[in-house]
Design a protein. Structure first.
Length: 609
């Protein structure tokens, strides 16, 4: 996996050139150069890079494939899309979505009052707003206000009670009535981790009986003309297209039946989200069994087939595939703080004037190791290691002798791995796994990769440089939280190999890719590590620019966000120093200055990285 599965997950967004990973776009800057430019200003800890051109690419791809399928199948409806704000509500992400999607009339989907206010403030007049999730009277009234303001808004009811509230609000005010949608509870279920979004036990949606009752109520209140959409969703990150096809047949027939029942303004079917993103970077397993071409063609063909058979008008098609739109646009860059086997460096050898014979033999093995003899000498070194441990347990050698032996054996193994890297034996591959290197990254998995912790959702990870040399260290990644779950362990079935780097001499950076969907909104401030500093990277033909810098919260602001009074905290800390009898006045002043500097920095570690 020398290219870290780039051909599997990157969608040609990135390439490897001159040993670095670069953006495959216009002037093709390297991520390392961008990272170093940002860190030159004193930025420490992890950074999140946003690439808005990748959002534009995904929106364009989604629309172009559906438009092609509509043309190829002689379909009479149009294609539309909205972005679910729950996927990423951060300002620089939303602004990129609305600006890059303006040409396509790309809209927003809201699932709460706050998201609805955000959608109303960020959506251009004419672009669609859909509202899902449970709603109270206030939220429904906000929908009326949005409609009155000129927004093309659809309130999707999740139960008959919401429909009754819509009717109640319509009678109480003179505001324009928004479009009404019905979320249908399908028998069909999805696939993958989020399959429970569909099926008869799903959290949302109306049953067939409730749908008929809703039509009856709307007809009685002379509001059936406001019913414009049915909606279903069978799960995020659908790995298999077969469940979607079943759901389309079921929902398509429901739509056709409602049209026949007199819902003449029912012109839209919202198929929800679920279009999967490729997260896997190994050839043995992939995240989905279909392409965007097959996805769009299947949706258009099946809906057209159903409508033609029932002689019903083709509906306009809506999707909410937010993950597909934004996952690729964000890359998390984390410095490696420590390699836990660096205590095995040869410079740490401390020989005595007289050393045990077994150590002398290891010195010779280490010195004489070559491609021709490395397997034989490796066997000898492993045998000597067992003898060393036995001698130590019996008290015949001391701790320094043991340390020297461990360093020598470790280095012999590493040299053997490098010498045989082009043609490794099974024995060497097993040794690689046993001699895992633990890479301490200056980041929090709970904050920046919560789906890994909560759902075992893997993300593509690779170094952003040193890519012209073969990585040989079986790697497990440890974050800086004081929680044992803050680890991405080595998985022999999906192995991650990284480079053996001397961090005393150079930095080593890892990139986590496809993290633009859900990770920011779900990230938790475990140990009070907060959102990384973020930067938007705009790229043109000649150069790139770093804009929209948002620094990670400093320590006092983090505490204030949890409800503490940061002024009181700082005053208490200063006062404790002022009244201290253990330091001089000069030391007090110096210490106060340090304290004020520290609390104005973010909470990530500020060692050499």
């Amino acid at each position: 996996m020398r290219n870290f599965g780039l051909n599997i997950w990157s969608n040609k967004n990135f390439i490897i050139e001159d040993g670095q990973i670069k953006l495959n776009y216009k002037c093709m800057p390297s991520i390392l150069e961008i990272t170093e430019n940002i860190r030159a200003n004193g930025v420490k800890g992890p950074i999140l890079l946003r690439f808005p051109h990748l959002i534009k690419k995904q929106i364009r791809t989604l629309y172009s494939y559906f438009d092609k399928a509509i043309k190829d199948n002689n379909y009479k409806g149009s294609f539309n899309a909205v972005f679910p704000l729950k996927v990423n509500q951060f300002p620089n992400a939303v602004q990129a979505i609305t600006s890059q999607g303006k040409k396509f009339n790309y809209g927003l989907e809201a699932g709460s009052k706050a998201e609805l206010i955000l959608a109303m403030s960020q959506t251009t007049i004419g672009a669609h707003i859909t509202v899902n999730g449970f709603k109270d009277k206030e939220m429904i009234t906000l929908g009326f206000i949005a409609a009155q303001s000129g927004h093309n808004i659809t309130l999707t009811i999740e139960g008959l009670g919401e429909l009754e509230t819509i009717i109640e609000v319509a009678k109480e005010c003179d505001l324009k009535v928004p479009n009404i949608g019905i979320r249908v509870r399908l028998h069909s279920t999805g696939s993958g981790i989020w399959a429970k979004s569909g099926g008869m036990d799903a959290k949302f949606g109306l049953t067939s009986t409730e749908i008929i009752e809703a039509i009856t109520i709307l007809s009685k209140e002379k509001m059936l003309n406001h019913l414009t959409m049915i909606h279903f969703h069978i799960g995020s990150q659908m790995s298999d297209i077969a469940p979607l096809k079943r759901a389309l047949r079921e929902a398509g027939n429901i739509y056709a039946e409602l049209r026949k029942m007199g819902a003449d303004e029912l012109n839209n079917i919202n198929i929800g989200g679920g279009l999967a993103v490729e997260y896997d970077q190994h050839t043995l397993s992939t995240s989905r069994n279909y392409s965007i071409d097959e996805f769009s063609s299947s949706v258009v063909f099946l809906l057209g087939e159903i409508m033609n058979a029932k002689k019903v008008k083709h509906p306009n098609i809506f999707t909410e595939s937010g993950r597909f739109i934004v996952a690729s646009h964000a890359v998390l860059i984390t410095p490696v703080l420590e390699l836990f086997s660096q205590d095995y460096q040869e410079k740490l050898l401390k020989f005595k004037k007289v050393n045990p014979p077994i150590l002398q033999e290891l010195v010779e093995l280490n010195k004489m190791l070559s491609n021709q003899n490395c397997i034989e000498y490796l066997h000898d070194a492993l045998d000597h290691m067992e003898s060393l441990l036995t001698l130590f347990d019996l008290g015949y050698i001391d701790l320094q002798d043991r340390s020297n032996g461990e360093i020598l054996v470790h280095n012999i193994i590493k040299k053997a791995l490098y010498l045989k890297s082009a043609n490794p034996t099974d024995e060497l591959e097993q040794l690689q796994v046993k001699l895992q290197e633990r890479y301490l990254i200056n980041a929090s998995i709970f904050q920046s990769l919560p789906d890994y912790w909560g759902l075992d959702q893997h993300f593509p990870v690779m170094p952003i440089h040193h890519l012209n040399s073969t990585p040989l260290r079986a790697a497990s990644l440890w974050d800086i939280t004081c929680d044992s779950d803050g680890e991405i362990g080595f998985n022999p079935d999906k192995p991650l190999y990284l480079h053996d780097i001397n961090l005393d001499e150079e930095d080593y950076f890892l990139g986590f890719f496809n993290v633009g969907a859900y990770q920011e909104t779900l990230g938790m401030d475990h140990n009070l590590f907060t959102h990384p500093s973020e930067y938007t990277i705009k790229i043109d033909d000649e150069k790139y620019s770093i804009v929209n810098e948002v620094e990670s919260k400093n320590i006092l602001d983090i505490l204030e966000s949890k409800g503490y009074d940061k002024t009181n905290i700082l005053e208490k800390l200063k006062n404790d120093l002022v009244i201290s009898d253990f330091i001089t006045e000069k030391e007090k002043n110096d210490t106060l200055a340090k304290l004020e500097t520290f609390v104005e920095q973010n909470g990530y570690l500020r060692t050499t990285n």
